[in-house]
Design a protein around this ligand. Structure first.
Ligand code: PMP
Length: 435
């Protein structure tokens, strides 16, 4: 008799006499999931590389230690590259993406200023609240669920409303919709509107060219596609955004959120004369430095292609299970997928997938709650994570009583994973593919 009544060398056979209530198969599976550690596949925080984890284990450094100064100045230079915004000054602050939203928008608007908010999911709602708290006049242009915004609709809104600032949520994490920043930003720029981009769920994973696209201020957070733990907000402030802040006529009501306090500190790090405003999160900065070092080892165009490749494998897997993504194909993001549940299946699916060892997220959009789930595939994510996740989703669906053609999603994903973009396939590989 084997361990816990399982007969060794047989395929999953259990002696019912030895199996007690406490040792049900579910318990054993749950224990296995715990041992393996749950695979983190939510759309942030995301799993981080062991090197980044190890960087957090170093003794706390003084914020004026030359090593830390070096870490910060290198990180700032790398962030300028990730945002592809050579004309901007990056700022790293202790806080989450919401702090970056607050800092980004509040510094650009004065009471009575007009803010045009492009809405493709719930995260635009935060811009609305921040704009309202700064006594701005607000107009919202909303995309249909799962779709991008019509360019003519936005042009008309800009021309009739004449905003000072337009906000774009590059990838909305509640719908999995990616907006096309380039044409939207160009349209705003041509009409002298400041362009503010929420890149929390995109930058580091999706194509982004801050300067070339005419973005004035963009931001992300450490826990998404940058591959670091949560706790840092990252912004790039372009010359027009800086001028808007400096030319304010009313007093800026924030203190910690005032970019004029932070810009000289960050510039100081880069010029070798760092100043102090608030104690920096030194351990997180050390981890971010390692994450950005890893990131820099992968040229940005390759990183973007990797995300697209991994995303398409995941989406093919989902489609093979007969499931649909909320985002339409032309608007779908590469950093996460929001998937509609099969008819009659609710949030118990997310719990079942968790028991199978993979942490995925419930829906947060009011129209999708209880009817869909979200999977992040950004940062440190490759074929192993995609296949493990699809396998767990298949078992989760089975657990909640849905009929599953086991292996269907894995097979579909494998076809794509075996053929990375741009790979020149050998004749042998071609033959394998045909058989
Ligand atoms: N914007 C987007 C698009 C996001 O996905 C999130 C977080 N999910 C935020 C803003 C807010 O970021 P945080 O949770 O780090 O405050």
């Amino acid at each position: 008799m084997g361990f816990y009544g399982i007969v060794p060398n047989k395929t999953w056979e259990v002696n019912p006499e030895v199996l007690t209530e406490r040792e049900r198969i579910e318990d054993i599976q749950a224990a296995a999931a715990r041992i393996q550690r749950t695979l983190l596949m939510i759309p942030g925080p995301t799993a981080i590389a062991p090197e980044v984890l190890a960087a957090g284990a170093r003794p706390v450094l003084s914020h004026s230690d030359p090593l830390l100064r070096n870490f910060v100045s290198e990180s700032l230079a790398r962030l300028r590259n990730v945002f592809d915004a050579p004309s901007s000054q990056p700022i790293i602050m202790a806080g989450s993406g919401t702090l970056a939203m607050d800092v980004g928008l509040a510094n650009l608007v004065e009471p009575g200023d007009r803010v045009l908010i492009l809405e493709s999911g719930v995260f635009a709602g935060r811009f609305k609240q921040i704009a309202a708290r700064n006594s701005a006049e607000i107009r919202v242009e909303t995309a249909p669920l799962g779709r991008g915004l019509d360019l003519d609709q936005v042009r008309r809104a800009i021309e009739s409303f004449r905003p000072k600032v337009m906000t774009i949520t590059h990838v909305d994490t509640s719908t999995g919709v990616r907006l096309e920043v380039e044409p939207l930003a160009r349209m705003a720029r041509e009409r002298d509107v400041l362009v503010l981009v929420d890149g929390v769920c995109s930058i580091g994973g999706e194509e982004f060219h801050g300067d070339a696209w005419g973005v004035d201020l963009a931001f992300t957070a450490s826990q998404k596609a940058l591959g670091a733990p949560p706790g840092l907000a990252v912004l790039t402030v372009g010359p027009r955004a800086r001028a808007a802040r400096e030319n304010r006529t009313s007093e800026f009501p924030g203190y910690f959120t005032d970019i004029t306090m932070w810009l000289p500190v960050m510039e100081g790090y880069e010029s070798g004369t760092p100043g102090y405003f608030g104690t920096p999160a030194v351990t997180l900065l050390t981890m971010l430095h390692t994450a950005l070092e890893e990131l820099a080892a992968e040229p940005m165009p390759i990183r973007v292609l990797r995300h697209a490749w991994i995303a398409s494998a995941f989406k093919a897997g989902i489609a093979a299970l007969g499931l649909e993504s909320v985002a339409a194909p032309e608007s779908i993001a590469n950093t996460l997928t929001v998937v509609r549940n099969p008819e009659g299946v609710g949030d118990e699916l997310v719990d079942a997938v968790h028991v199978e060892g993979v942490s995925i997220a419930r829906a947060i959009h009011p129209e999708l709650r209880g009817r869909s789930f979200r999977v992040g595939h950004m940062g440190v994510c490759g074929p192993a994570e995609i296949l493990t996740t699809l396998g767990a989703i298949e078992r989760g669906l089975y657990r909640v009583g849905h009929r599953v053609d086991f292996g269907a999603s894995l097979s579909a994903a494998q076809q794509i994973l075996a053929n990375p973009p741009g790979q020149v396939r050998s004749d042998a590989a071609e033959r394998v593919m045909r058989t």
